[in-house]
Design a protein around this ligand. Structure first.
Ligand code: GSH
Length: 212
C-alpha cells in the first residue's frame, strides 16, 4: 500500500484520518504514539523533523502539519462515488483556506487548553480557571463562525468539504463549553459534522488507541 497515515487516532492524526474515511481511501494506518519521546527517534524524525504526528506518506510524498495533511488528501484524492471534499472553484478554495487557517490560528490554542483542563488531563492536574479563561477568549472567534453559518449549512460552498473537517476537528474540543448554546447555528453544524459515519469510525479508532 502506498498511502500511509502515521499517528494514533486519539491525536491530531484524526484530521487526515477523517478525510481518508470520508473518501473511502485504501490506506495503511501506522498508529504511531506521541508520548514518551516516541516521535523523537531517528526513524520518525526522518519523516517529520519536528517530531510530531501526524505524517502522511503518499508514495514518498511526505506531508506533516495536520491541516496540511487533511487539505493535501482532499485535493489529491476523489472518493469512489463521493463528492469532492476539495474546492471545485477559486471561491471555494478561498473559503477552505481561510477557515482552515482560521481554525488553527484563532481557535486551536485556546480550544486545546479548554480540552486539557476540562476533560483530558487527570483531574488532579487540571486547573479549572484555565479552561474558563480559554473558553472566554474563544468567544469572539466563535461569534464570527456563528455569523458565517447564519444562512448556510457548511463552511465552504454548498456541501460538506475539507473545511468542515478542519474547523470541526478543532471546535470538537470545545463542544461541551458552556457558551455553546449562545451559538445555535455553530452548535448544530458541529453536531452534524461529528455525527458523520467517517467521524464515528475515527472516534472508534481513537478509543482503541487510548489506554482505559
Ligand atoms: N501543528 C502540528 C502539531 C502536531 C502535534 O503537536 N502533535 C502532537 C500530537 S496531537 C505530537 O506529536 N506531540 C508529540 C511531541 O510534540 O513530542 C499539527 O497540527 O500537526
Amino acid at each position: 500500500m502506498t498511502l500511509k497515515i502515521y499517528g494514533i487516532a486519539a491525536s491530531r492524526a484524526s484530521r487526515p484520518l477523517w478525510v481518508a474515511h470520508e473518501l473511502g481511501l485504501a490506506y495503511e494506518h501506522v498508529p504511531q504514539p506521541y508520548q514518551g519521546g516516541a516521535t523523537r527517534t531517528p526513524e520518525f524524525l526522518a519523516l517529520n523533523p519536528n517530531g510530531h504526528i501526524p505524517v502522511v506518506d503518499d508514495n514518498g510524498v511526505l506531508v506533516w502539519e495536520s491541516m496540511a495533511c487533511a487539505l493535501y488528501l482532499a485535493g489529491r484524492f476523489q472518493g469512489a462515488g463521493a463528492e469532492s471534499l476539495a474546492a471545485v472553484n477559486h471561491a471555494e478554495q478561498a473559503e477552505i483556506l481561510r477557515w482552515s487557517f482560521w481554525a488553527v490560528t484563532e481557535c486551536e490554542t485556546d480550544a486545546l487548553t479548554f480540552l486539557m483542563h476540562r476533560v483530558a488531563m487527570p483531574p488532579e492536574r487540571r486547573k479549572p480557571e484555565l479552561a474558563v479563561q480559554a473558553a472566554h477568549r474563544l468567544l469572539p472567534a466563535l461569534r464570527v463562525l456563528e455569523q458565517h453559518l447564519q444562512d448556510r449549512d457548511h463552511i465552504a460552498g454548498e456541501r460538506f468539504t475539507v473545511a468542515d473537517i478542519c474547523v470541526a476537528s478543532v471546535l470538537a474540543w470545545v463542544q461541551r463549553a458552556e457558551a455553546m448554546p449562545q451559538y445555535p447555528r455553530l452548535a448544530g453544524w458541529l453536531e452534524r459534522c461529528l455525527a458523520r459515519p467517517a467521524q464515528i469510525q475515527v472516534r472508534a479508532l481513537a478509543r482503541r488507541s487510548t489506554p482505559s
